[in-house]
Design a protein around this ligand. Structure first.
Ligand code: ZN
Length: 61
């Protein structure tokens, strides 16, 4: 399974998340930071290169 690094919007630590299949993107998932355990949303989408990229944002954005 592929993973990609995302940066937590709360503690700004980077950690790896498992990527969904390309055909299931774009999508948003709820995720708890593996470092500080705060909730966030991670948006997965095609990065334009046929590969999935992930971007984390805070739940209050
Ligand atoms: Zn965090």
């Amino acid at each position: 399974m592929d993973t990609c690094p995302v940066t937590c919007p709360t503690c700004f630590e980077e950690f790896l998340v498992a990527l969904p299949p390309l055909e299931e993107t774009p999508c948003d998932i709820d995720y708890d930071c593996e470092v500080c355990c705060r909730p966030m949303f991670i948006s997965f989408s095609d990065d334009g290169d046929g590969e999935v990229g992930g971007f984390a944002r805070g739940i209050h954005d």
